[in-house]
Design a binder for this molecule. Structure first.
Ligand SMILES: [Fe+2]
Length: 314
């Protein structure tokens, strides 16, 4: 599987700060002697679906749902970009994409939570001359049945936090990755009630950290503001006295894991691969499967056998 090769290459490139996913004791790798025990947790993280109707995409999504269900996960997390191009489109023009996404979503068995992606904002900055939405997150909340695009919950002994990492800017850059002040205050408040030893999993669309730009463009290249959360340190520092074990991130369509302190940052590839054109930087259409158990983490990227049908020029 090409993913194995790219992961090995990635490991070779970044050395000690990155680990392969399987069976590495968290305690030994992190130097933390006493990690809280929680129930074993098997988690599927799928991201960057980019639902639409062209190129037999609904058929691909039906295959993906079957493959995800076959994993028998305790919990399924979606990482955003559930649909294609909501950001610059009118609500009417992306309604069928939401329908396509929700068919996939409703085919998933078990507990499913999703983070919002930049493509999931609807009519933030429409390009067809129609008026911008008063609240570009409203359609997402309605479709997913959530009151807010960031929230927390507990399951299997873990504390989960879903974050909203999109800030609409307008202008040339359209948006950037940001966890805004209101959310930072909420995270602080939420964590105050979370015991220090309870393992925490965070999911958000735009990564807090990635090695993508160093691997593809050069060691001194910074990630652009639209590709990472610009105030990542403000976010990460809030977890300083807590047991943040795992951060699930999307947006970049590559599969990677970075290990810093006792936290693993996993960028979960893309269910759509290279936006339905095949692999992107060696990561084909697929999803991540993560197991957390007795201080050990297992991680693999699973492809679901989709052969891209999007023409090269489309
Ligand atoms: Fe995406």
């Amino acid at each position: 599987m090409s993913q194995q090769i790219s992961r090995r290459e990635f490991l070779r490139g970044l050395g000690a700060s990155v680990i392969a996913g399987t069976g590495i004791p968290l305690a030994r790798a992190s130097g933390t002697a006493d990690l809280a025990s929680a129930d074993p947790l098997r988690l599927v993280f799928y991201t960057d679906v980019h639902a639409r109707e062209e190129w037999d995409t609904p058929e691909a999504l039906a295959m993906a749902a079957d493959a995800i269900n076959a994993q028998g996960a305790d919990i399924i997390i979606g990482g955003g970009d559930l649909i294609t191009d909501g950001f610059q489109s009118s609500a009417a023009s992306v309604a069928s994409r939401w329908d396509t996404y929700m068919s996939f979503h409703n085919a998933l068995r078990g507990e499913v939570h999703t983070a919002i992606g930049n493509h999931d904002l609807v009519a933030a900055i429409p390009e067809d001359g129609s008026a911008p939405a008063e609240d570009p997150r409203a359609e997402y909340r309605k479709r997913l049945g959530v009151d807010r695009t960031y929230y927390a919950f507990d399951t299997h002994g873990y504390h989960f936090m879903i974050l909203d990492s999109i800030q609409v800017l307008g202008g040339r850059h359209k948006y950037q990755g940001l966890v805004d002040a209101q959310q930072l205050a909420w995270i602080r408040e939420d964590l105050a009630a979370v015991p220090a030893e309870r393992p925490i999993v965070v999911a958000l669309h735009i990564p807090l950290v990635t090695g993508l730009y160093q691997m593809t463009e050069g060691a001194t290249e910074a990630a652009p503001a639209g590709r990472v959360v610009v105030n990542n340190r403000d976010v990460i520092q809030l977890f300083e006295n807590h047991n943040l074990q795992l951060v699930l991130q999307g947006h970049l369509h590559v599969s990677e894991m970075l290990h810093w302190g006792s936290t693993r940052f996993i960028t979960g590839g893309a269910l759509s691969g290279r936006w339905w054109r095949g692999p992107w930087h060696g990561t084909d259409a697929g999803f991540a499967v993560v197991t957390l158990s007795d201080g050990q983490i297992g991680w693999e990227y699973v492809t679901y056998g989709w052969k891209a049908r999007r023409p090269r020029n489309a």
